[in-house]
Design a protein around this ligand. Sequence first.
Ligand SMILES: [Mn+2]
Length: 224
Amino acid sequence: MHTSDLHLESINDRDCPNLESTVDVAIKLGVDLVIIAGDFFDHNWVDDSLVSFVVEQLQRLSVPVLILPGNHDCLTPDSVYERDEFWSRCTNATIFRSPGGEVINLPGPGMSVWGKSIDSYIHDVSPMAGIPQPQRKGLWHIAVAHGYYVGDSYPLFPSYHITQQEIATSSSWDYIALGHLPTFRCVGNGPVIACYSGSPLMSRAVAIVDLDDETGVQVNPYSL
Ligand SMILES: [Mn+2]
């Protein structure tokens, strides 16, 4: 399951039921992995009660959860992801912590996932710059990035750009899970499939990614 951009702000906001529905669907479908591709939280100053709620929800899952800090919930020293007293309870969740990018191997579901956290409000980053070639070890290889797909253009304004060339040169990866845009959308001209899951609030859906040796990679929105 691939989702993103819940932009959770407080324990009372309408995305909290959406997180519960997301977890319900992951359990119902028996997914092997949940990826949250950035902006899980709207900002880093959320109340502890919200973090506690989020951890409780993620603890309902018996599968790994990978969380990429986005531009709203970036990995600054005061980041919501630095509240160890909460995240240490959530042993199935792993946060991408390297601003240079890192690979997290999940031998259980047979997947290897690359992600590069955003670690600053100030510095614009290129979310997919420096992505390595995956090491083929009989695993599925997934990349996660939070940014704005700009196609073949190079806009002057800084805004976490992901270019067509970066998508194209990442074609050895099996799937690219994107976050930052609010609605489900696949981008690029192939051959790698790269999709925005959209937010549960705006899309009323999550993205379900089927990885199959025979039929390949298929991505579909699944209604919450
Ligand atoms: Mn964003």
